[in-house]
Design a protein around this ligand. Structure first.
Ligand SMILES: NC(=O)c1ccc[n+]([C@@H]2O[C@H](COP(=O)([O-])OP(=O)(O)OC[C@H]3O[C@@H](n4cnc5c(N)ncnc54)[C@H](O)[C@@H]3O)[C@@H](O)[C@H]2O)c1
Length: 386
C-alpha cells in the first residue's frame, strides 16, 4: 500500500454519494465498507431505494445527514452538484437497468463515478457511456472486484514480465450454485431481461470471468463460439454459458460459467498457459497463486511473499501469511480510484500503479463479449467476432 493518503494529498477525504445498496441489498454494504477500509472516503449522501420514502429512512440508518438522504438518484445528483461541500464521487450499485442513466447523469454533472457491473444492459449504452467518460475526463471505476486480489495482480504482472513466455491457452470458469433450484431467486429483477439484461448468467458473472481473463493476460477476446442457455428445466433465463475463445494474439481459450451447479459456492478459477509455464488461481483460495514453470518444480506465490511484484505488493496491506480476502480486494479498487481522482483534482499525473482498476473501456469490452456470445449461441455456436 502507498505511504501517502488521499487526505495528505487533498487535505480532506473524498466525499462519497451512493445510489442503490440499501439495507438488505447484496453488494451495498460491500461498497461502503470498501470505501472506508483505507480511509480515503467519507459517506455524505445517499439515495438507496427506488421507493422515495424508504430511500430517505434507509439513508439515515447509514448515518447520512437527513438533508442529504434523497428520494432518488436524480435528486441526489442535482442537489449535490450545487452544494459547496457536495459529493466528489457517485457510486452506483442499483439493479443493472439503471447503471447507464445514473452514470450518464453523474458524469454530466461533473462527478467521478464508481459503478458496479455489468456497466450497462446493452452494447449501445456501453458505447455512449464510454464516450461520455472520454468527453468528461472523469474517473470511471467499474467494480470488477476480483481484479483487486493481490495474487490476481501478481499474475498480471508475471504475464506482463513474460515469465510465462507467449500466452497460448487460457481457461476461465465461474461456477456457482445459487440458481440450482427452479423458481425465481431472491432478486427477482435479475430474472427480468428488461432489468437484468439480455443474459442473466453472462451479465451477472460472465462479465467478471471475461474481465479477469483480459486483466491477467492483457489480451482481448477476438472471437467466440458459444452456447448460452439454461440447464434448470423450468427456467427461461440463462443460467449457463460455455464457449471457445480465440484471443487477439492467436491464443485459444475456454470459458465456462453457470449459476446452477448444485452445491458449488463461488468457484471462479483461471489457468493461463504460455510457452514457458502456467499460472493457476482460484477465488476460494485467493492467497495462493500457483506457478508451474516448464521443466522446473512447481512454485507458489503469496501476498508479500518471496517474488511479490510491485503491482501485487501495492494491493497487500499486511506481512506474508496473514489472510486478506474479498473485502480487501474490493477496497483495492476504491483505493486505486481514490488516488486517480486525487491526481485528477490536483492536475497531476496519476501513479501508473494505481491505474489498473477496471474502467469504461473494460465495461465496453464486457458488453461486446455478452452480445457476441449471445449472437453466436443463436447462430448454433458459429464463430462470432467481437
Ligand atoms: N461486484 C460484484 O461482485 C457484485 C456482486 C453482486 C451484485 N453486483 C451488482 O450490484 C448491483 C446490485 O446488485 P444486488 O445483488 O446488490 O441487488 P439487490 O437487489 O440486492 O440490491 C439493490 C439495491 O438497490 C436499491 N435500488 C433499486 N433501485 C434503485 C434506484 N432506482 N435508486 C436507488 N436505489 C435503488 C434497492 O432498494 C436495493 O437496496 C447489480 O448491478 C449487480 O450486478 C456486483
Amino acid at each position: 500500500m502507498p505511504d501517502n493518503t488521499v487526505f495528505m494529498l487533498l487535505g480532506r477525504r473524498l466525499r462519497l454519494a451512493v445510489i442503490g445498496g440499501g439495507p438488505g441489498s447484496f453488494i451495498g454494504a460491500m461498497h461502503r465498507q470498501a470505501a472506508r477500509l483505507d480511509d480515503h472516503y467519507e459517506l455524505v449522501a445517499a439515495a438507496v431505494s427506488s421507493d422515495p420514502g424508504r430511500s430517505r429512512t434507509a439513508g439515515s440508518s447509514l448515518g447520512v445527514a437527513p438533508e442529504r438522504c434523497y428520494p432518488d438518484g436524480n435528486a441526489l445528483i442535482e442537489a449535490e452538484k450545487l452544494r459547496a461541500d457536495g459529493a466528489d464521487v457517485v457510486a452506483i450499485m442499483t439493479p443493472n437497468d439503471s447503471h447507464f442513466t445514473f452514470a450518464m447523469q453523474a458524469l454530466g454533472a461533473g462527478f467521478d463515478v464508481i459503478c458496479d457491473k455489468p456497466m450497462t444492459n446493452t452494447l449501445q449504452e456501453a458505447v455512449t457511456l464510454h464516450r461520455k467518460v472520454q468527453e468528461t475526463g472523469r474517473v470511471f471505476c467499474l467494480t470488477h472486484n476480483y481484479t483487486g486480489y493481490p495474487m490476481v495482480r501478481q499474475a498480471k504482472a508475471m504475464v506482463s514480465e513474460c515469465q510465462l513466455g507467449e500466452v497460448r491457452l487460457v481457461q476461465v470458469e465461474y461456477v456457482q450454485g445459487g440458481r440450482a433450484k427452479a423458481g425465481p431467486g431472491r432478486r427477482a429483477w435479475k430474472e427480468d431481461p428488461a432489468r437484468g439484461g439480455p443474459s442473466l448468467v453472462l451479465g451477472d458473472i460472465g462479465t467478471h470471468a471475461h474481465n479477469l481473463l483480459r486483466f491477467i493476460t492483457g489480451l482481448e477476446v477476438a472471437e467466440v463460439a458459444a452456447e448460452v442457455g439454461c440447464i434448470v428445466p423450468e427456467r427461461t433465463t440463462h443460467d449457463y454459458a460455455g464457449a471457445m475463445l480465440r484471443l487477439g494474439n492467436g491464443a485459444r481459450g475456454s470459458f465456462w460459467v453457470t449459476q446452477a451447479a448444485a452445491g458449488v459456492e463461488n468457484g471462479l478459477r483461471i489457468r493461463v498457459s504460455g510457452s514457458l509455464g502456467s499460472l493457476e488461481w482460484a477465488q476460494e483460495h485467493p492467497q495462493v497463486l500457483q506457478f508451474k514453470p516448464l521443466d522446473a518444480p512447481a512454485q507458489v506465490r503469496t501476498p508479500n511473499g518471496p517474488g511479490t511484484l510491485p503491482l501485487a505488493a501495492r494491493a497487500s496491506r499486511i506481512v506474508a501469511g496473514h489472510p486478506e480476502g474479498f473485502h480487501e480486494a474490493f477496497a483495492n479498487l476504491y483505493t486505486d480510484a481514490a488516488y486517480a481522482i486525487a491526481a485528477r483534482r490536483l492536475g497531476q499525473p496519476a501513479d501508473p500503479l494505481c491505474l489498473h482498476f477496471p474502467n469504461a473501456a473494460d465495461g465496453l469490452q464486457g458488453m461486446r463479449f455478452v452480445e457476441a456470445a449471445v449472437a453466436s449461441s443463436l447462430n448454433q455456436g458459429a464463430w462470432t467476432s467481437l
